[in-house]
Design a protein around this ligand. Structure first.
Ligand code: GDP
Length: 283
């Protein structure tokens, strides 16, 4: 779990570090969590990278709802952002990154070839908020375990290029940016998926959010996992949390019960889910 505290000074430094690296690369790999393709984006990334070619990577697709993975890929493509979904933990679809980068940069590669420049590797950087899987992806692409150092805003070190495929080179230090903290709902989503430090949120708020989400979208999973009746599902979220706390034998320790619910959710005990609903264009 990342220990980055995003004070304004750190944000400014992180932004500057990313900006400094941008001119070194041909393409940005924007990594997001497939369970929260919007909430896990950095709020000012568009402003930072501007017109630089970009590939959106929805990582942890194994934990997200399969139908919504497809819907989100569609959403980004409609926005003019090429996107793929991968599961870097189990090395699924990771090799698509190089292929898609070649497709996105096809014109540039053709221009280079016309000038007699052949086989110039594509240079890329992974950028994303903490814990979206930047290091895991990097290690998969490079095919060995690299201890990612300097993985902290403010730590500078010499850049190195890592061979990440026949035609791809990656900057060894990913760009780390902050999530959209200001929005409390985003904070709850990040907390529920384990993207932000436990000390940054109240576990009962997150558990209440989780219960509301599963009651709305997957009531049967709640019922099955926690042996609930139809009637239990009509309880208000706080009442349901109280009931579950009692069922867990935790008396009135709502915090511990909340932590247990959150952990179940993070471990996938309630199945695959996507917390961000696809927004239709224009809404
Ligand atoms: P970083 O902070 O962006 O570099 O994130 P890491 O690469 O350290 O990954 C954070 C956590 O997510 C680690 O526990 C990884 O094992 C896990 N993780 C990364 N990618 C995936 C994935 O595709 N699927 C699953 N299930 N877990 C992943």
């Amino acid at each position: 779990m990342s220990t980055i505290q995003w004070f304004p000074g750190h944000m400014a430094k992180a932004k500057k570090q990313v900006q400094e690296k941008l001119h070194l690369v041909d393409i940005v790999l924007e990594i997001v969590d497939a369970r929260l393709p919007l909430a896990s984006r950095n709020p000012i990334l568009d402003q930072i990278i501007q017109q630089k070619p970009r590939l959106m990577i929805l990582n942890k697709a194994d934990l997200a709802d399969a139908a919504l993975n497809a819907a989100w890929l569609d959403y980004f493509k409609r926005q003019g952002l090429p996107a793929i979904s991968i599961d870097s933990q189990h090395n699924h679809n990771v090799q698509q990154i190089e292929k898609q980068a070649q497709v996105i940069l096809a014109d540039k590669i053709a221009r280079q070839q016309a000038k007699g420049i052949k086989n110039k590797p594509i240079r890329a950087i992974c950028i994303g908020i903490p814990n979206v899987g930047k290091s895991t992806i990097l290690n998969r692409l490079v095919k060995k375990n690299i201890a990612i150092t300097g993985n902290h805003p403010g730590v500078t070190k010499r850049q190195q290029w890592l061979k990440a495929g026949k035609h791809l080179e990656l900057l060894d230090t990913p760009g780390i940016l902050w999530p959209k903290f200001e929005d409390p709902l985003v904070g709850q989503k990040l907390a529920l998926t384990g993207a932000i430090k436990d000390s940054l949120y109240h576990s009962d708020d997150v558990a209440l959010y989780m219960l509301a989400f599963f009651k709305q979208y997957f009531p049967e999973r709640l019922q099955q996992r926690y042996h609930l009746t139809e009637e239990d599902l009509t309880l208000t979220d706080p009442d349901l949390l109280m009931k579950l706390t009692a069922d867990f034998g935790l008396k009135q320790d709502y915090e511990r019960a909340s932590e247990r619910l959150i952990l179940d959710c993070r471990k996938g005990k309630l199945g695959r889910y996507t917390l961000d609903q696809v927004i239709e264009a224009g809404s």
